[in-house]
Design a protein. Structure first.
Length: 327
């Protein structure tokens, strides 16, 4: 099984510390993974002009010691105006024609990533999502009309994308992913299509999207279209380890302590225990308090001892109310 090139993003601030956690957990939990880990770093020009995006030299050295390769890129189209667009433009740093897997930097590797059959599966993305987009207006169009307008824009077969086990006008009937991970066989083709279609919809959205927000949802609106166009779709059972026993897209360190399993906590804390990692991560307040001062276990976890809400928003609200949230 050929290992894909892994891609994450890092820039000054939270992302550089999350990149350390990602790289440390990869080496800890998947020591037999032989693929490259490429960390894309946007430069402080182009669409990021006048913003200091460069990661700290101490972070850079630590990432490289963990086997990461740092690749620089210039964002031309999104940048500070739409930071989620980094994942679209960063695909340009990957070698064309070689399988890739993108992961949100806020991901923990928890198990043998080398056993995930990326090379044998069609393109797919994370199903760990909620019905965040679209929000159909009272008098229409509904989910079907909104999504069909996008498939029609790019000449795609809408009907074949539907999950017919779900009722009409229920959000899960329509192909929708979280962009916390996605993969494909060729980042050049995938990335160019992702970029072209995102720019098209941002510049001239179909009239059915008149009441819809594309910020921050643009990447998650376009991602299913790209994957469907390349013959992919919902991940099959062979990929169950993603968002399962192999990876955890925790989104935010307080959320990890609030809702993830004891095993995920154990992997995190073991992966970042070495002194060279601890020395750098302690400079980031969330890691200092939640991991190294044990506040995640002692203060955050008990807030949800009675059970977790079914949606993420009330979890975030509880964390913010109790002073355990960092943006």
């Amino acid at each position: 099984m050929a290992a894909p090139n892994l891609l994450i993003l890092a820039q000054k601030g939270r992302l550089e510390f999350e990149a350390i956690i990602f790289a440390a957990s990869l080496r800890h939990a998947a020591p037999d993974f032989t693929g490259r880990l490429i960390v894309a770093e946007p430069q402080p020009d182009g669409a990021w002009a006048d913003h200091d995006t460069r990661i700290d030299e101490e972070t850079r050295a630590l990432l490289e010691s963990l086997g990461a390769e740092i690749a620089l890129f210039t964002a031309r189209h999104f940048g500070a105006a739409y930071p989620y667009g980094n994942k679209i433009e960063a695909l340009s740093v990957l070698p064309a024609g070689e399988a890739f897997a993108f992961f949100g930097t806020d991901t923990l590797i928890c198990g043998p990533l080398e056993q995930v059959p990326f090379d044998a599966a069609p393109p797919a993305a994370s199903m760990r999502r909620e019905g965040t987009w679209p929000e159909p207006p009272l008098y229409g169009p509904g989910y079907g009309g909104i999504w069909q307008s996008l498939y029609d824009r790019f000449g795609l077969d809408f009907a074949s994308s539907l999950d017919l086990s779900q009722p009409d006008e229920h959000w899960e009937r329509y192909l929708y992913f979280n962009a916390g991970w996605f993969f494909g066989p060729d980042p050049a083709v995938f990335g160019q299509r992702f970029l072209d279609w995102a720019l098209s919809v941002r510049r001239d959205p179909p009239e059915e999207l008149a009441c819809q927000s594309l910020d921050p949802w643009l990447d998650q609106v376009i991602l299913p279209l790209v994957i469907h166009s390349l013959g992919g779709g919902r991940p099959g059972p062979d990929l169950a380890g993603l968002d399962g026993g192999v990876t955890c897209h925790y989104r935010n360190l307080p959320l990890l302590y609030a809702r993830e399993s004891d095993r995920v906590l154990e992997v995190l804390e073991a992966a970042v225990a070495p002194n060279r990692i601890k020395k750098r991560l302690r400079e980031w307040e969330p890691a200092k308090k939640l991991i190294y001062q044990n506040k995640g276990r002692d203060k955050v976890r008990p807030l949800f001892a009675g059970g977790l809400p079914s949606r993420e928003k009330p979890i975030r609200q509880t964390l913010k109310k109790n002073g355990w949230w960092w943006d």
